[in-house]
Design a protein around this ligand. Sequence first.
Ligand SMILES: C[S@@+](CC[C@H](N)C(=O)[O-])C[C@H]1O[C@@H](n2cnc3c(N)ncnc32)[C@H](O)[C@@H]1O
Length: 283
Amino acid sequence: MASPMRNLLADPARYLQSFRLFLERSTEHQSMQEFVQGQLPAVLASIGNGKSTINVLSVGGGAGEMDLQILSKIRARYPGVTINNDVIEPKRVAQASNLENIKFTWHKETADEYESRMKAEKKTKKWDFIHMIQMLYYVKDIPATIRYFHSLLESQAKLLVILVSGKSGWETLWKKFGSSFPLDGLCCYVSSADLPRMLDAAGLKYQLYELPSHMDITSCFIEGDKDGELLLDFLTETLDFAKTAPPELKRQVMEELRKPGCSEIRDGKVIFNNNLGVIVIEP
Ligand SMILES: C[S@@+](CC[C@H](N)C(=O)[O-])C[C@H]1O[C@@H](n2cnc3c(N)ncnc32)[C@H](O)[C@@H]1O
């Protein structure tokens, strides 16, 4: 019998709703902010040396929350320098920036479309900082995408990638059940643990950082809870997982989600390990 399960991305509105709820219930952006406060300044320390303009490229920037954090650090390091922030983002409508001296340009297209367009136009615009935060799951060919954007780095630039960590609950859940979830060619599972192999094969130099993060998934265990169902969709990348998954798969996933490989129980709450991996790639 054909599986009735569909990928969450088939319903962009529900995907967005579940992503926003994930941000609310997790320390995802807080963990990234801590990295931006603590480690990013050293990473950015020389990207703009001798430049009057700094060009930043955000790939899959979403609503731009992390862009603003990163830009404020670049501005603090290079006060008075003009910053251009280009965002490649297929889904969102542009959000205005109210940061002085920073010009936002939005490209409403995917990373692959941007690459094809630039190649067709025979353009190779270079960048001083490129970031790809939680978006490599959605490109067709991850090593090729990294190689292309790496080729756009200026000589003192950096390419920053953030993915779920290989030591997170995502890794446990997806290594075990990924082949049962409906990817529909729209996305794939990859973690920071997969990057060294790809980067080594491409001969690229990089540094890895591990960021602790967690998500409260207690509501997933309350039958019929709407938020719980949305989070479950996000965890499994499946549209209406609670209603469309075969009962045995659902039972096994729910059981796994409570286990130590995915979560710990704290004060009666189920706290999912949402650790992140940051990879900073040298030019
Ligand atoms: C999980 S969200 C992350 C958003 C943001 N970077 C953050 O961390 O808050 C993934 C983002 O990647 C975008 N995206 C999906 N496929 C993409 C592609 N092929 N190229 C560029 N961006 C893509 C989505 O529209 C979405 O905004």
